[in-house]
Design a protein around this ligand. Structure first.
Ligand code: ADP
Length: 416
């Protein structure tokens, strides 16, 4: 089965192609083809890579997502990066959809009704859901009636207990869809499953805290194989400090600024999403690599940014561990989680009282899909490479195979 995965961001379009046979391999394979288009105004940079080693980079002028994504998708069947004979060779397209709301827990084949629901949810996540809908339209135009599957970043959090998802505002908020949804669910779930696999344990027997620390950052408390608490809420703005997002701040600050006429709602939105976090505090960069480098040069604002990031990470970690009533494994994933030994060491430093002991040598050794805790540590500490596209591809395979399965074909997961 050839599965195309689309990840549509507000100013980017990523995509990759996987092929899965009768059995899902235990370790994630490299995609056959992967592509990325990123634009700023009308200039887009497109880069494409194949598993054969072909590379293509291009700068093009664009006026819409389609003008960036269209030529990018054409390289699947033309030029040096050609990997299929034409669109008909691809069986299914999977989309990462940020917010599926209360309606969708599991991946679902997109039809008119699903599309209408995702459109309605756009009011909550305007940048994301609109980009994803455009991605679906581009596929429909180029691939015709190919099955398209939506995989939701909120899905893994759909079993949060009521006490974790209802905001303590007026109860009526809930009926309007104002509740905590949680995000990064595709990766939190993948990391939890991968951890159980690497530790040789049953996922349902583990209490796990997963730290997705990329440009966006969130934690998930995982018990019985599902999320029971998480730091992001109604939008991906709640919780931890992030690259350019503030994370949680006193809502009184916002009502004060609006009351004083200092900012409109739209300006506050921009302030909190694009001008806060590591960037807002350092005044220089929202990129953790740069923050750490500046801190080492003695820059005090970069040091403050790092210290706030760590302080909030520790507080939220404590909250997740409390929600679980214990912890068997702590996971670090995404750009910062996978690459910053400094952040991992600082985050773990205050949990020695739980007998959580990081092996500092392993922590420094660029670990990947590896346990970096000391042998005697009471808590395993895992570094897991974020593999959202692969996770989406597997879900598409499972959904389609289940449908095929009912007509007699066999499909199974590789087991130990
Ligand atoms: P996204 O959430 O957009 O997918 P990523 O998961 O790629 O982003 O994470 C981006 C973040 O990872 C940036 O803050 C970047 O600085 C950080 N990062 C990447 N490599 C390193 C590194 N070697 N050390 C510290 N931070 C890193």
């Amino acid at each position: 089965m050839k599965i195309l995965v689309l990840n549509s961001g507000s100013s980017s379009q990523k995509s990759c192609l996987y092929e899965i046979g009768d059995v899902i391999p235990k370790n994630s394979p490299e995609p056959i083809w992967q592509a990325k288009a990123e634009w700023n105004g009308d200039r887009a940079e497109v880069s494409i890579r194949t598993s054969r080693g072909d590379n293509l980079k291009n700068r093009i002028t664009v006026g819409s997502r389609e003008e960036a994504a269209g030529p990018m998708l054409d390289t699947l069947w033309s030029g040096i990066t050609r990997v299929v004979s034409g669109p008909s060779e691809i069986n299914v397209v999977g989309h990462r959809v940020v917010n599926g709301g209360q309606n969708y827990r599991e991946p679902i084949v997109v039809n008119a009704e699903v599309r209408a629901t995702i459109t309605r949810m756009s009011a909550f996540a305007p940048l994301h859901n609109r980009a994803e809908l455009e991605g679906m339209d581009i596929i429909a135009k180029r691939f015709g009636a190919i099955p398209q599957i939506a995989v939701f970043d909120t899905g893994f959090h759909s079993q949060l207990p009521e006490s974790a998802y209802v905001y303590p505002g007026p109860y009526e908020w809930l009926a309007r869809g104002i509740r905590r949804y949680g995000f990064h669910g595709i990766n939190h779930q993948y990391c939890a499953e991968r951890t159980a696999q690497l530790l040789g344990k049953d996922l349902r027997s583990l209490k796990i805290v997963s730290c997705h620390l990329g440009n966006g950052c969130s934690l998930a408390a995982i018990q019985d194989g599902h999320s029971v608490d998480t730091t992001m809420g109604f939008t991906p703005l709640e919780g931890l400090m992030m690259g350019t997002r503030s994370g949680s701040v006193d809502p009184g600050i916002l009502t004060y600024m609006m009351r004083e006429g200092l900012f409109t709602g739209e300006q506050l939105d921009e302030l909190l999403n694009q001008k806060s976090g590591l960037l807002g505090i350092s005044g220089i960069s929202g990129d953790m690599r740069q923050i750490v480098a500046l801190m080492k040069e003695g820059n005090s604002r970069a040091k403050l940014a790092f210290d706030i990031f760590v302080h909030r990470l520790r507080s939220c970690l404590g909250a997740m561990i409390a929600a679980l009533g214990g912890i068997d494994a702590l996971i670090f994933s995404a750009g910062i989680g996978e690459n910053s030994a400094e952040v991992r060491a600082a985050a773990c430093a205050n949990f020695g009282y739980l007998n959580l002991m990081l092996d500092s040598e392993k922590n420094q050794s660029s670990p990947q899909d590896q346990d970096i805790a000391e042998k005697d540590s009471a808590v395993r500490v895992m570094v897991i490479r974020a593999q959202e596209d692969w996770a989406i591809a597997k879900k598409c395979w499972s959904l389609l195979s289940a449908n095929v399965g009912s007509t007699g074909a066999s499909a199974r997961l590789e087991t130990d």
